[in-house]
Design a protein around this ligand. Structure first.
Ligand code: ADP
Length: 357
């Protein structure tokens, strides 16, 4: 189990981590997700022992590791460029960490075999890294972590050097391997799809601050703020301006019939808010139960094969709906949209989910 408590880090006047708290349970995989510069790699580097924190603690199984030198922490790190030694074979690459730890030759040989078998790379043991695909190199990098019997695996953007198709394939492999090995893992990524598929839980960072930690679906369905809502999901969630006045609600100035008001709309105090509604919760229909239906014009239609994205505008602002691929529409055509407001998330003007207040 990894516990990161009140971790802070500054570079001169630039505070890049602010009181970060994350717990990664035994055997769990947590994804650190956030835009570039949000502090993800800094957390990873502090845990790995490459840089020092200004404040806070990092514990593995209850024991602080911050005073230990990096090589004594029993942590395996997999970088985006794999960091395999090009002049060494696969076997020698995996053996290297064991030599550093002064493991005797006989045991080294056993552990290398074991590790390469686990990642299904035993038949490639005598090859050099440049004779392997990107995915295979990544597996060798993981074998090195397995061989040293690391308590914790840190993956730093491990898929960013791969093309889109291979990324998906290696992503599945990494997830399967991690499940099989039951090794506690932290993965850094800026790719929300990667975090959603790999992480048992995701910690979302912005500007050095943790925004929310939870399972992918918790974050997707119950984002604690507008940043989290906007960061997860493609196409992005739609944000509509809403106002409650004299007991009535309006969305972008259009009055919502009482029968369509969501529970949260009924309960919330009068004022101005933002409604977050995902594209899949805006369908084309005139008769959807409890949905708020309005007429708009399709401005752009994108058929993606399994689904269709229809973009439209209200008050000059662009929105998106995700509908069945069977729907055929031409840009400019009028359509009736049904907004499933009950699936919406309401944020206050500061961007906080009002359910969390
Ligand atoms: P991420 O991994 O989320 O892209 P980083 O953790 O790499 O973000 O960086 C967080 C912030 O810390 C950035 O603003 C970056 O410029 C700054 N930073 C990182 N390393 C250094 C350094 N060695 N010196 C000064 N600033 C740094």
């Amino acid at each position: 189990m990894l516990e990161i408590t009140n971790l802070s880090k500054s570079y001169k006047t630039n505070q890049v981590l602010k009181n970060t708290n994350i717990v990664v349970n035994d055997g769990e995989m947590v994804a650190l997700l956030g835009p570039s510069g949000s502090g993800k790699t800094t957390i990873l580097r502090i845990v790995a022992g490459f840089i020092e924190a200004n404040d806070g603690d990092v514990r593995i199984d209850g024991e602080s590791i911050l005073d230990l030198e990096a090589y004594k922490r029993n942590i395996g790190v997999v970088f985006q460029n794999y960091a395999l030694f090009p002049h060494m074979t696969v076997r020698q690459n995996v053996e290297f960490g064991l030599k550093m730890k002064k493991i005797p030759p006989q045991e080294r040989a056993v552990r290398v075999e074991e590790a390469l078998k686990v990642v299904d790379m035993l038949t490639y043991a005598e090859r050099y890294p440049n004779q392997l695909s990107g995915g295979q190199q990544q597996r060798v990098a993981i074998a090195r972590v397995v061989a040293i019997r690391a308590k914790l695996m840190l993956l730093d953007e491990p898929l960013s050097n791969l093309d889109a198709k291979l990324r998906r394939q290696v992503r599945v492999e990494i997830k399967e391997l991690q499940r099989k090995l039951k090794i506690t893992t932290v993965i850094v990524t800026h790719d929300q799809e990667e975090a959603m598929t790999l992480g048992d839980r995701i910690a979302i960072l912005n500007d050095g601050c943790i925004q929310q930690i939870g399972t992918p679906m918790e974050l997707y369905e119950k984002p604690s703020n507008q940043f989290v809502a906007g960061f997860l999901g493609t196409p992005s969630i739609n944000f509509f301006e809403i106002e409650k006045k004299n007991g009535r609600c309006s969305i972008e100035g259009i009055t919502v019939p009482d029968s369509c008001m969501s529970d949260i709309m009924k309960k919330m105090p009068e004022g101005e808010y933002v409604l977050g509604l995902r594209p899949e919760h805006i369908q084309l229909s005139e008769h959807a139960d409890g949905a708020f239906c309005i007429k708009v014009n399709a401005s752009l239609v994108e058929n993606l094969g399994s689904e269709t994205l229809i973009y439209f505008q209200i008050s000059g602002k662009k929105y998106c709906s995700k509908v069945s691929h069977t729907i055929r529409l031409e840009p400019g055509e009028e359509m009736m949209i049904a907004m499933d407001i009950n699936h919406g998330v309401v944020f206050d003007k500061a961007g906080k989910n009002i359910r969390a207040l």
